[in-house]
Ligand binder design. Sequence first.
Ligand code: NAD
Length: 525
Amino acid sequence: MATLANIPLELPVPNVDQIQIKNFIGGKWYEPISNNFIDNKNPSTDTVICQIPDSGPADVDFATSEAKKAFPQWSALHPKERARYMHKLADLIDANNEVMANFETMDQGKTLFMSRNVDIARTATNFRHFADYIESNLTEFTSQMSYPTANISQDGKPVIGHALSYVQRSAVGVAGLISPWNLPLYLLSWKIAPCIAAGNTCVCKPSEFTSVTAMMLTKLIKQAGIPDGVVNIVFGLGQSTGNSIVTHKDIPLVSFTGGTITGKHIASAAAPMFKHLSLELGGKNPGLIFDDCDLDLAIKTSVRSAFQNQGEICLCTSRLYVQRGIFDDFVAKYKRAVRDTVIVGDPTNPKTFYGPLVSKPHFEKVQSYVKHAQDAGYDVDFCVDQTVSPHIKDISATGALTVEHLENGYFMAPTVITNLQQDSRIVQEEIFGPVVSIIPFDTEEDAIRLANDTQYGLASTVWSRDQGRLRRVAGQIVSGLVWCNCWMVRDLNMPFGGFKASGVGTEGGKFSIDFFTKQQSITLG
Ligand code: NAD
């Protein structure tokens, strides 16, 4: 098995069965102490493309001690200096976009178009965004707000201005950053960037299913000259590597993005240690289609919002509610639009809309939901037109697709389910794949009730030409994000976070910086 040198930052993508990923600790690359590795597969082909370390508590402990060592110097740097390193890193990521995007696609299955224009491009943007943020909010870090206070003198009378109080904002220490597989480097960097901008150091763990681009990032971190130990990446499984990060005594804050069940586990493990937690969890996002909407736009965007990235985006719309008067027309046009535009296949082909699901276990999980819907007697439609997609050679009874030249890939048909009830598992549980349900509603009140009737509260969309209705409905949906007549339009300074079982805490601009800093009230009497 070859080593790090086998991941060159250049195209074409090398013979990838030679890649062995190593932990990045204190600026150097190490094999896991156990010397155990885990196979990682390309979901388009079901072949092993690399091995990742099966790290344990001792590796996490080593990484944490290096992060702790690096903290005093990094946190003492002027924010402009930290921003300078981050800009350098962002430039290097941009310069290597093409090769990183190729690896992201090979590792995750998402289209090369997504990898280039969303995942890797946004990774660079994340570093730039938070570098800019700390540079343009310097006073928050270098000087503190001060103001006279009212206090009570010995004789009990209020005295104005006899003391000076100020807020000191500073970095916390070593942060644990744990990320999922759906937007691998994008979401990991969305944590690393604010974390190090604020002066913390970190121990990171990407998903065991998608570790390759995180490994590539370690090379660029080194090239950017970021001091050793500021960013450490330990690869491995959730229950061992992830859990060791969450429970490490020298890691006082943990930022986690992933499933709700994992989030619950992390919250219960971290709570007795009084850790500062940010949890970005699952979703089951509704789209409300009113009869006065721009139907063409609603259909076009709701096709994208259900199926982009194989439906593997936490913000994907997976429950559509359509006003009864336009229900039949909507369903017919929606299915036609899916057949015409959602081309499933080779993720490197520019015509492909989405590629394979990320892994065999996930593919099997999504398939089991389809089977459940069929057994329950719902109308399950695999929206594939083989005249539009002649490279699809076969569609299985549960919607698995056989794609020409990629016969072993984990491909699934875009699946539309109707004739089902609100309390169905298909409507209530997060499937996180290319499956959408459509249910009719009658009134505005109905639509709001149905939208709010799951344990989740991450994102939603509302479609109507009535501005009053948009504001009324948006304000009553219990979800952290509501998009009206659009989807996925993002300003990185806006608060991002889920309600209910979709998470705890808020990310984005100032909100991320708040999480990654502590604010002390200091009073000089
Ligand atoms: P997951 O919860 O299985 O894993 C996420 C990460 O946590 C991985 O790195 C995993 O190894 C690690 N992990 C697993 N068990 C752990 C444990 N006991 N202790 C510590 N770490 C552990 O999630 P996933 O399947 O990788 O990702 C899909 C989920 O992520 C979906 O539910 C999706 O909605 C959610 N997600 C949410 C957002 C958001 O912003 N709210 C964004 C993307 C994905």
